[in-house]
Every structure is written in C-alpha cells, then in structure tokens.
Design a protein around this ligand. Sequence first.
Ligand SMILES: Cc1cc2nc3c(=O)[nH]c(=O)nc-3n(C[C@H](O)[C@H](O)[C@H](O)COP(=O)(O)OP(=O)(O)OC[C@H]3O[C@@H](n4cnc5c(N)ncnc54)[C@H](O)[C@@H]3O)c2cc1C
Length: 488
Amino acid sequence: MSQTRHILVVGGGTAGTVLASRLSESPAFMVTLLEAGPDDEAYDAVVLDPAHAANAWAGAAPIAPSPMLTDTGAIPMFQGRVLGGTSAVNGLATIRGLPEDYNGWAAAGLDGWGWDDVASTFIAAECDADFPHSPIHGHAGPLPVRRWRFEELSRAQRAFYNAMVEAGEPAVTDVNDPSQLPGVGVFPVTIDSQDRRVSTSLAYLTPEVRARENLNIRTGAEVVQIEISAGQARGVTLASGEQIDADEVVVTAGALWSPTLLLRSGVGPTAQLQKYGIPIHADLPVGATLSDHLGPGIAYHHDGPRGGSAGPAQVLVLGASDGRNVDYHAFPIASAPSEQSTQFMMAAFLLRSSGAGSVTLGDSVDAPPVVKAPPMPDDAVPRLRHAFERIAAWECSAAARSLGCEPVEPLDLHAPDAVERALERQVLSYGHMTSTCPMGTVLDADCRVLGVAGLRVADASVMPTIPSGNTYLGCVMVAERVARKIAP
Ligand SMILES: Cc1cc2nc3c(=O)[nH]c(=O)nc-3n(C[C@H](O)[C@H](O)[C@H](O)COP(=O)(O)OP(=O)(O)OC[C@H]3O[C@@H](n4cnc5c(N)ncnc54)[C@H](O)[C@@H]3O)c2cc1C
C-alpha cells in the first residue's frame, strides 16, 4: 500500500511557491508551505503596479531589511517577506543568464544542470507574448512574459536606448537569445495582460492549485528551527512554539535566510556553531560563499516628468568588456514616476562575483544574520572602464543632452581613475544574492544537504556560481527542477 509523504516547504517566496505548486500535483505528497509573511492579498498598488515598484524598496511593501556590509559601509538591501517573496517586490526583469553559466555547473560535476538541461525548464515556465512560436521561448507556462513597449519607457530610458544605438551598440530584439549578444535591448518582464506584476505566487498558486486537498498554505508561519536527530530532518518548530513533523523538509527561505535557518539548526561550520553552543549535525560551509552582482552607481537628474509606465528595469546594455562575452549590465534604474525633476541612478553591474561574501549568525542565535557583500572581482576596474565608455557616450549624446541629463555630482568618466572614484562614492547591489548553500559543497546535485537525510534547499542559495543575468527566473528554474527530482 502506498503511503503519502508529508513535505514541508519552508519559505513561500519565489522558489517556494513554485515548488509547493509542482509537488502538490502528485497525490503521493501532502505538502505544507510555511511562509513567514502575509498572503498575497497583502499586495497593494505599489506591489502590483510596475511603475511604482521602486516605492516597494522604500519599505511600502512587506520586506525584511538586510543591509550588506562592505569595507566602506553598508549597501541597503532587503528580501520580500510575503507570499511570492522577492518576486513580489523586485524589478520584474525576466532574464535567464548565459549557457556557459550552467555548462560551468555541469562541468563541475553537477549532473542535470547544464544548459541543455535547464533551457527546456526556462522555456516550459514561461508564456512569452512576444515570441510565442520561437523555439527558444514557451507559450504555455505559468509566467506571462513580454518586453516593455517603447512608449511605456521613461524619458531617460528612451534617451539611453537611443544614445546606445547611435553609439553603434547592436540593437537586440531578445536579450534572452545568446546568439544576439552583446548589445542593447529592452528588459523582458513578468506582467499580465493588464500590465500588472505577476509574482510566482500569483502565477503558480492559482485558485485551482490552492483548492488541492494535499496542499496546505500557512502564512504568518515563521520557522525558527529545523528539527534534526540521528542525521535525519524530522520537521520544524515555528516561532509560536508549534512543532510540525514531516518526512522531508525543503528550505526555500532565500539566499540570506536559508543559510541562517540551517546555521540555527546545527548545519554549518563547526567553529561558528560552537561559539553559540549550537549542537552540530553537519559541518558544512553554509553561508561562506555569498555571491552578488555589484557595481558603481552614478546619480543623474533631468528636468520635467519621468514619463512612461514601465518598471525600474527598462532598457539595458549587455556589455562585453572583451568584445565577445557578456560580462556586465549597464542601465539607468528608473525611479518611480514624478512630475518635477527626476533623479535616477546609472548603474554598471559586473556579472561575475568573487563569491567571497558571507552570511553568519548575528550577536545571538535569534538576532538578524550578518551579511557581508562579496569584494569586487580582481578584474573589476578594467571591465568597468568598458562600461564607463558607454555611459560617457550616452552623457554626450543628442538624446541625453536634449533631456538635460546631468550628473548630481560631477565625474569625468574619461579620467584614468574614474572607476575607482565612482566605486569610492557608491557601490550598488543588483539584489542578486546567491550561492550561500551551494550545490557541490553544501548540497549534492539533487539539492540534498550533505550528511542530513530528508533535508534539501531549493532557492537562490543553491546556485554554485552566480548566473550572468538577473536571478529570479533562475530561482523558478531551480524549484521546477528540484520538484522533478523529488517527484520524478
Ligand atoms: C531590490 C531587488 C530587485 C530585484 N530585481 C530583480 C529583477 O528585476 N529580476 C530578477 O531576476 N531578479 C531580481 N532580484 C533578485 C530576485 O528577485 C531574487 O534572486 C529571487 O526572487 C530570490 O528568490 P528566492 O526564492 O531565493 O527567495 P525569496 O523570493 O526571497 O523567498 C524567500 C521566502 O522565504 C520566506 N522566509 C524567510 N525566512 C523564513 C522563515 N524562517 N520561515 C518561513 N518563511 C521564511 C520569506 O518571507 C520569503 O517569502 C531583485 C532583488 C532585489 C532585492
């Protein structure tokens, strides 16, 4: 007689909602999804209206602040704390990364994660309104995808796009088509036919899915500990003190909170856990290899309204500092709409990371974790010089001049030390924290925690290296593939 397996999914964010939806397709599982924040009824106009997404970053939506420390100060950062997680408050950009990222994972011995494996998952997850018949896009997946229309762009974004084309940057119609890169293009985004944000909870936890008898979604349910004994995860304890037993626990609390929960539960570096008197179940480098895309931000302003109805990420240069291989994104981050003078940030994010950031426990076991940003890669300066040439070309373009774009604090982008000076002034994070419980050192290729039975991780934490693109779609892909590994 077959038995129903009870699976606890801890964290109803980007990956957790996808995983809970897919697992509950099988009657062999009873799935309980535990989310610390509220249900997606908590979404308001700030969350749903892409143009106002930047206001979510000012704390208008349910978020957990998590500043990243650097040698020169803290980079303000946060994670979504609501069903849908950070997919409910991010910049909506829907980018896959490059084939060589995933082929690198497979080459490191992680079977099933090469480009040929993951590409089909990216395709199956999307319903692309612009390229429904393309062999590299899907037309029947849960995530509606389209690119911003030119008339939806803000005035600064249009000026940037026009200036880059004028400067000779190839115009790319599909930034998810590696054969077209490098070049300048428009961000694909996950929005519906009413131009409203579609988080992963809206896309995957539809009323039909929520009606399944084998799926229990609990919000306001913060997990404080994974219960482990004799090398086996047995369940979890909530902040309320309630204990829930399970056959398997899958942690999907995000790149900052998944490692924190593992550390608090006795899975992590022995030296760190001993300091807190935490009993050790597995000595693993949890939290020791945080990656992110970082780069300088240069503030500009122009007079008059922002214009357009698109979100914060609208157009971008996918640049290649060696002329061939894309290794940075440069773009103006659109502010929320305003009628008067508009300030925006010109960012240049490096797409590879030193991977030497960290998440460690704070002053006490219960205190928020300490998040250290990865130092910039060793070759950051020459690569960013290439990006600065593009930004300088935009600065003196007819498009930027006619809009009256001026730096808030003057900076000669051609100066030999321009990159260093910009980095001294302000380093930005793309918000793409990954790799804090990576496959290879903390997890096996099926995302099982090494040395603890019945325990997996399945979110941004598991990525062995950071992809060369925005990370939300990669988290969807990870969750889709882990669901298949659990329920083949
Ligand atoms: C400002 C910003 C902008 C971004 N813009 C983009 C973009 O435009 N495009 C893109 O691709 N990527 C973007 N990203 C990154 C991307 O959104 C994330 O990489 C991705 O959403 C992370 O998904 P996740 O499943 O790992 O974690 P999350 O989506 O953060 O989910 C984790 C969930 O776990 C819950 N949780 C945490 N701890 C517990 C606990 N103890 N018990 C129960 N529940 C818990 C949280 O409340 C949350 O819902 C952005 C990130 C930020 C911060």
